[in-house]
Ligand binder design. Structure first.
Ligand code: SF4
Length: 144
């Protein structure tokens, strides 16, 4: 018998899990435009097993793309709580990482890590779509 191999179902499931992410389609400001671009034809996040989902109950990755204002804190926490376990967070851009150019504003959170755990930070203002792809690949490595 040619072209047949045997392996454990658990190993196949772990391999598939390691190489797939289901990010929530969620963005708060200009970095979200770059996140959308990352899913477009040039960088094509789908090709890396990363497909955007419309709701938090189908997602295991939150890409925090943009500024988080104090008013948004409850929304971000609620969406995070509704996501599948195990779940991951990428802070995309300097606003999500530290507050960025708004860090002196009292209405802006100085880093999304103050409200939810962050696994990977993608730097820049805005980061390029390629930088986000790199961040997703780093996260997949970390998952393994
Ligand atoms: S990091 Fe720059 S591009 Fe991203 S949300 Fe902040 S100001 Fe906009």
């Amino acid at each position: 018998m040619k072209n047949i191999f045997l392996c454990k179902l658990k190993d196949v499931a772990n391999w598939a899990s390691k190489h797939s992410m289901w990010p929530l389609a969620f963005g708060t400001s200009c970095c979200a435009i770059e996140m959308m671009h990352a899913a477009g034809s040039r960088t094509d996040l789908d090709m890396y097993g990363c497909l955007f989902r419309a709701g938090p109950k189908q997602a295991d990755l939150m890409i925090v793309a943009g500024t988080i204002t104090v008013k948004m804190v409850d929304v971000v926490k609620t969406l995070y709580d509704q996501m599948l376990e195990p779940k991951y967070v990428i802070a995309m851009g300097s606003c999500a990482a530290t507050g960025g150019i708004y860090e002196n504003s009292p209405s802006v959170v100085k880093g999304v890590d103050k409200i939810i755990p962050v696994d990977v930070v993608v730097n820049g203002c805005p980061p390029l779509p390629e930088d986000l792809v790199k961040g997703v690949l780093q996260l997949m490595e970390k998952k393994g």
